[in-house]
Design a protein around this ligand. Sequence first.
Ligand SMILES: [Fe+2]
Length: 204
Amino acid sequence: MTDNTTSLTAHSRAAAWQLLTEWTAGESLRKHALGVETCVLAYAHQEADRLALTGQPRAELLNLYATTALLHDFDYERHPSLEEHPFVGVGELERLGWPLALRTAILGHAGYSGTPRVTHLDKTLFACDELSGFLTACARVKPSKSIAEVEVASVRRKLKDKAFARGVNREDVIQGAAEMGIELDAHIAICLAAMQARAAELGL
Ligand SMILES: [Fe+2]
């Protein structure tokens, strides 16, 4: 980090949201970004507590996690191929001066990029990406379509049901929790609670 004040202003959550929505017209991909941000932020608060961060350093950590999550798929609508996503986006983020930690985590969330997941942020983004989408799918099949009705046990059952939400890679969900060193049930509970707390904004 060089100039914290400048980077916080230039690379704020609002700036990330603006960039995301400039590149992404689709409502579901925007909602996905918000869902992942919600789960990632739950872990960001835990990490900030662990590091006993307050004030500006805490705000910067939360901002880094939130912006990383919001931007992790921002190039996907324009460049969905494995050759281009997330590489084109990360190139653009570098050009715009977004921090290395954010860009590394975004590369690392794509297993095929060859970028290892080393930091807490790297691991958190990967662990929350597929699970957030899966929790959204679990809410959508409830009669009320409300995530308030989703429970950890039913999420576990649906993870075993291969016909349900086929697009979600179960191994990534399991591996994500393992990399963070957290039990899968606990991971689901943390992400579920975070998404339930922000249900209105997530359209769930
Ligand atoms: Fe994603």
